[in-house]
Design a protein around this ligand. Structure first.
Ligand code: GAP
Length: 515
């Protein structure tokens, strides 16, 4: 665990040191849970968005995109349920004056029971060596059973309190479990209160009677309220989808784990409108399609898993998360939800407008059902960085840090490096860049030894380094060095474009989606 935390710390500082992610407003000591993307981060993020967008809009004839505004009519958030129910339960410690999410305090307590159990298992494993039977130990050891019973009882009580939205019971659990504030060390807790996660601001001047508007907490509602516009103007027939990428805002109270939980973040959401009764088949299909999309990146199939929801939101009839193994455990990266007709019906009711779909085949009008795929760009970014970050010990004993990013996503595709800063080598390197820069993001670097320059490119995940040497002047060939194998090959300059095009194309990823 400590080792994993260590990896995570290294990853966060790597992101900063190599221009991927900076804390927002850093010279003013930062702004909690808000981050900026640097020169390499923005390239990776844009490439990632393109991978998602094209996989949705280019590869599916019946999926189109939109870009709706962040500000929307405030009644939309009444209809969606966000005004009344998009809450976190908060509790304050009266001594430290610190505020916590009550549910997170209890989750941390559950994790403590798990830790205790795991420690017992680890100790026993060491003691018994190879003959250790973990399953048997877990089911018979009295200390383990005692902790497990306490954990299970807490879990049942906690799940019921959440289900019933019983805030008093939630507080009572914190008291009974003797949970203390990590800062003051006391149990002097306030009541638990619901806290709405939406940011609000005012639109129009006060003399006009300003209107309270919200910064959208999800992009999905922009799709729902445009569903009929798109359906009619695009002459779309069910089933069809609408995709959107955009910013979302949530006033997260427990904001931790770097860009995993942010207050300003980006979502890539797709609402797929289907005939009622067919939604569970489509849900299964999109589950499979989305997992393939993730796995095609080659970060390792074992790093992904589904987490099907036992407890469904009142409007859903199926839901799952795609989780990725982050350095701090398996965590949700994407949600796939079968949302029934909840959102569209609710907008129909609140707006008073008919937004039914006329089915030309059956001659009926009905409110379509919706399958939603919803993924956070920033979480996806973090998963790619975590899955690609490697520290390798080389044959000569040196270590290198390398990001084994899929070439299509790498911020820089090609570095062109003159071996020395003279004899016409820089000029030839520049000519190569001038030729290739229309198609690929290239970088020129002439400073330091060639080894150091390779390391700099490895650290930002550049898949190819082209070295221009004296032989290049004679025969118009260069060496191309491959990031992952570190092998080098001499190739004619005239072939560079074709070599690159083949390897950095999104097509290599998309082809895996069809299989
Ligand atoms: N429209 C459905 C929806 O918004 P969600 O599970 O609340 O569902 C979907 O969010 C995805 O958005 C999550 O799987 C996660 O990747 C991302 N996300 C949610 N809250 C986030 C936050 N505070 N910071 C970063 N990403 C977040």
């Amino acid at each position: 665990m400590a080792q994993q935390e260590d990896v995570f710390k290294k990853l966060v500082s790597h992101c900063k040191e190599y221009g991927f992610v900076f804390p927002s407003s850093e010279i003013y000591d930062g702004l909690g849970a808000v981050y900026d993307y640097g020169q390499n981060g923005v390239e990776l993020k844009n490439n990632l968005k393109k991978y998602w967008w094209d996989a949705m809009v280019l590869l599916n004839e019946n999926v189109v995109g939109i870009d709706s505004a962040i500000f929307m009519h405030p009644t939309i958030w009444k209809a969606s349920g966000h005004v009344d129910a998009f809450n976190d339960p908060l509790i304050d410690n009266k001594d430290s004056k610190k505020r916590y999410r009550a549910d997170v305090l209890v989750e941390d307590q559950l994790a403590k029971y798990d830790d205790k159990i795991n420690k017992e298992v680890e100790k026993a494993a060491k003691r018994f060596g190879e003959s250790f039977d973990e399953a048997q130990f877990r089911s018979t050891n009295t200390r383990v059973l005692e902790q497990q019973a306490k954990r299970d009882a807490l879990h049942t009580r906690f799940a019921k309190a959440l289900n019933d939205s019983d805030l008093e019971e939630l507080r009572q659990i914190i008291i009974d479990e003797e949970i203390v504030c990590p800062i003051s060390g006391t149990r002097n807790w306030t009541e638990v209160r619901q806290f709405n996660l939406m940011f609000s601001t005012e639109m129009g001047s006060t003399s006009d009677g300003a209107m309270k508007v919200y910064l959208r907490p999800e992009t999905a509602q922009g799709i729902f309220v445009n569903y009929l516009n798109v359906q009619k103007t695009g002459r779309m027939k069910l089933p069809f989808g609408i995709a959107q990428i955009g910013k979302a805002f949530r006033n997260e109270i427990v904001a931790r784990q770097f860009i995993f939980r942010m207050r300003e973040f980006e979502q890539m959401e797709m609402q797929f409108f289907v005939k009622p009764g067919t939604e569970l088949d489509w849900f299964a299909k999109w589950k499979e399609t989305r997992l393939k999309w993730h796995k095609a990146l080659g970060l390792g199939d074992q790093k992904y898993r589904f987490h099907d929801h036992d407890k469904l939101a009142h409007y859903a009839n199926a839901a799952t998360d795609i989780e990725f193994e982050m350095p701090f455990g398996f965590k949700e990266v994407e949600g796939i939800h079968s949302r029934t007709d909840f959102d569209l019906s609710s907008h129909e009711k609140f707006s008073g407008k008919n937004i039914r779909y006329f089915d030309p085949e059956s001659g009926e009008s009905y409110v379509p059902y919706v399958i939603e795929t919803s993924i956070g760009v920033d979480r996806m970014f973090l998963s790619i960085m975590a899955g690609s970050y490697k520290e390798e010990v080389l044959e000569n004993g040196e270590t290198r840090v390398v990001l084994t990013l899929p070439p299509a996503l790498a911020p820089v595709k090609l570095a062109v490096l003159p071996l020395v800063k003279k004899d016409g080598l820089p000029e030839l390197a520049r000519t190569i860049i001038d030729d290739l820069k229309f198609d690929f993001k290239c970088q020129y670097d002439e400073k330091d030894s060639i080894g150091k320059r390779y390391r700099r490119q490895d650290a930002i995940g550049t898949p190819f380094c082209v070295t221009v040497d004296h032989q290049s002047l004679e025969d118009q060939t260069v060496t191309i060095r491959f990031r992952d194998s570190m092998e080098q090959e001499r190739v004619p300059v005239s072939q560079l474009r074709a070599i690159m095009a083949e390897r950095v194309s999104y097509k290599t990823l998309f082809k895996q989606l069809n299989g």
